[in-house]
Design a protein around this ligand. Structure first.
Ligand code: SF4
Ligand code: SF4
Length: 404
């Protein structure tokens, strides 16, 4: 018999103003026990895997990574409940243990892991086989090879609330891309170079990996030209918890006043019938408050253009990466991450071969010095300006019933 309660997706918005570990722990713990039935999600003996967003070596104050204090608070909740806690991520293009270790170190995660007794996970030679290759620790049970001796985990997906130059926002669903090891990430960018096709990959990942819970760090978010060094930290003051990553993203998009049709992932999920508003229950400490002036990346104008028009306009409405040589430190990171091998430094400085470039903006995302800008064509800038004048705030966002 159909039980509506069984299919309800819950999203809880907590108002939390600062990175105080005790406050975060108490509020998140209460929310998990009250709204998500801890005992039915987790069983004695489960190993808990925390999957934060650790995009690159970065100070938590830059709001590029999930704040270590949130990681610490969530770890304490599970440790106190008697669980073993591990942490894994496959940030950026980093594949080797040494690279990942430097990310754990620079982000403050290693220090937290040492004090909390969290086991840090590192890549292994092999990744689990499927048409989207995943890191061994992220592979769902039903995709494991029959003889797999790998440990199994219950995943707590812990994204950072950030903007993203291609996907507009990176939240719970996009954070699952960090379950793919570095080199494969680049390959997928090459195979699926458009936002539309890339959204297909991310939605596919969402269908494969089902975290037990998603806990989004939105206390200080990243707005503007996210998801890395060119973004701007912005205090938003929320932590969002949900049992379904897609619904979490949907609710946060609404909260940020982003129309669902302008968010490529939500648009794709709706086309596929994956979001049913009537199955969503939002429990919010902030009522129906919205952030009406959150700054999205200036590239997201392309999401407003229908695909058939885009075909005609794509020659005119262009953007491309452009190196700011005043900021560039010749570190070669962009050359290393470019999935299309479009960047070379043979002349001693960064040269982008635009014929090869697939506009994935990985170079911009991973540049440690924010030295790669998005250069827009005149028409794109003009269109952006006109849209901002006509629609200072997008009004067609939907907010489902909110329980206070
Ligand atoms: S990653 Fe940035 S700083 Fe490093 S070489 Fe490329 S543009 Fe220059
Ligand atoms: S140059 Fe930058 S935007 Fe172009 S393909 Fe390489 S990484 Fe992607």
């Amino acid at each position: 018999m159909y039980d509506p309660l069984y299919t309800m997706k819950k999203v809880v918005i907590l108002k939390i103003d600062s990175y105080d570990v005790d406050v975060i722990k108490d509020k998140v713990k209460k929310a998990i026990y009250e709204h998500f039935s801890f005992d039915s999600l987790f069983s004695p003996g489960d190993k808990i895997l925390l999957k934060p967003n650790l995009l690159m070596p970065s100070n938590p104050d830059e709001a590029i990574i999930t704040h270590p204090v949130v990681v610490s608070a969530v770890s304490k909740i599970f440790k106190e409940a008697g669980f073993e806690v591990c942490l894994g991520d496959a940030p950026g293009v980093f594949c080797g243990n040494k690279d990942l270790d430097s990310v754990y170190d620079a982000t403050g995660i290693k220090k937290i892991a040492q004090s909390e007794g969290i086991q840090l996970l590192y890549p292994k030679e092999s990744v689990v086989c499927s048409d989207i290759p995943l890191c061994w620790w992220a592979c769902p049970d039903d995709l494991r090879r029959g003889d797999s001796k790998e440990e199994k985990f219950k995943m707590i997906n812990m994204p950072k609330l950030k903007t993203h130059e291609i996907m507009v926002l990176t939240l719970a669903v996009k954070n699952l891309y960090g379950c793919i090891s570095g080199l494969y990430k680049s390959r997928l960018h090459c195979l699926y170079p458009t936002t539309e096709k890339f959204s297909d990959v991310i939605v596919k990942l969402y269908k494969m990996i089902k975290p037990s819970l998603n806990i989004v760090d939105g206390i200080v978010a990243l707005e503007g030209q996210g998801p890395a060094k060119k973004g701007t930290p912005r205090k938003v003051g929320i932590i969002v918890i949900g049992d379904d990553a897609l619904y979490v993203d949907y609710v946060i998009g609404n909260f940020l006043n982003l129309a669902p049709g302008l968010n490529p992932l939500i648009k794709k999920a709706r086309q596929l019938g994956l979001i049913k508003e009537e199955e969503l229950e939002v429990i919010s400490e902030i009522g129906d408050t919205k952030v009406s002036d959150f700054k999205f990346p200036n590239t997201f104008i392309l999401n407003r253009v229908p695909p058939f028009v885009l075909v005609v306009l794509k020659l005119l409405l262009k953007f491309k990466p452009a190196v700011n040589y005043k900021k560039c430190k010749n570190c070669r990171m962009c050359e290393k991450v470019c999935p299309a091998a479009a960047i070379s430094m043979d002349t001693g400085k960064v040269v982008i071969e635009y014929k090869k470039c697939i506009m994935c903006m990985c170079c911009s995302e991973m540049c440690p010095f924010g030295a790669i800008d998005v250069k827009k064509s005149f028409l794109l800038r003009l269109s952006d300006m006109l849209h901002k004048k006509r629609h200072p705030v997008d009004q067609d966002a939907l907010i489902p019933t909110i329980k206070k």
